[in-house]
Write a protein that binds this ligand. Sequence first.
Ligand code: FES
Length: 379
Amino acid sequence: MPTATFLPGYRKAVVPSGTTILDAARAAGLPMNVVCGGQGKCGKCLVFIKDGTVSFDIEDCRRFFSNNEIASGACLACRATIVGDVRVEVPAESLIQEQKILVEIPGMKEVPLKPAVWKYEVHLTPPSLDDTTPDLARLLEGIEGQEGPPPNRIYAPLEVLCYLPQVLRRSGWHVTGTVALVPGGYRLLNVDEGDTTGRLYGAAVDLGTTTVVAYIRSLTDGRVLATASNYNRQISCGEDILSRVNFARKSGLSRLQQLAAESINESLKSASDAGGIDLEEIFEVVIAGNTVMTHLLLGIDPSYMIAEPYIPVVRRMLSTAAGRIGIAAHRNAGVYTFPAVSNFIGGDIIADILASGMADRDEVSLMVDIGTNFEAVLG
Ligand code: FES
């Protein structure tokens, strides 16, 4: 079946021949503007064919687009069908504009860059009969030589070991190792061919009961590269916290976990598209949510939080790998959730306190979070 690749975000869909570009875009998760419902009447679903084979009537296009646009490959996504592999550029105007969700925080204090993940570019000496050091030891010694952690503190997962020999030899022994700080030491997350040290990203996510906001930050220079937001898809299972916990109690926990991950992924994908970043290059994801949302995201049963004596399973900070809870980042990326103070003062409030800097001020301050729930903090 042909593959449709949508630019600028490189989203892909493998679809049967004869599928419209509009349906392929939907399959790739792109919310296209379809004012006329895909009847070829509104001209809002403009896309540009960059290369590949599609079939469409050029006269349909002439009704809406200029000769210059047609010369650049313009066509209607709802009328053009895919014949073979194709690359399609989707202008921002052809996508549905989400309702505005606040993503900028005026006056927020500067956050120093202190990532828990680093990349090390190494040029290794190839092995010989005089030097039979194993591949892993050779790599870890190289990382230590670049001011990385000592080899005996770095755990290397089996998955990395399985592809390591090929990557080392294909690259001519010039690779980049990605190493993260984890409880008890360090973990080798990934090994790339060549130098990829300039492409290391982290994501900060506000997982709200109603909305989700994601910020993608370069972990090499600290720049915030893109932000995106969307609605929490769990709304389909209940609007407020109580109804979601009740949904979880009725065998719906795994569904809510999946919807939380999908909601975060939607924001991460939009932000990575906007920033021209491959999701596989995100190696750290920090998520702030209220106590129930954090439980649901991690697939932890929140049932006992809504009845006396109101007990959460956990309040401490937790970490796991992105691949384990379905977060769209590198599968070994560390996902960290903020700790909570209580059932009702969750990780989102802790993150607010840190971001506002109120804990560092001498004067009395008051922070009020008016969201789906309402919290106030006196500092
Ligand atoms: S959706 Fe209206 S013309 Fe394609």
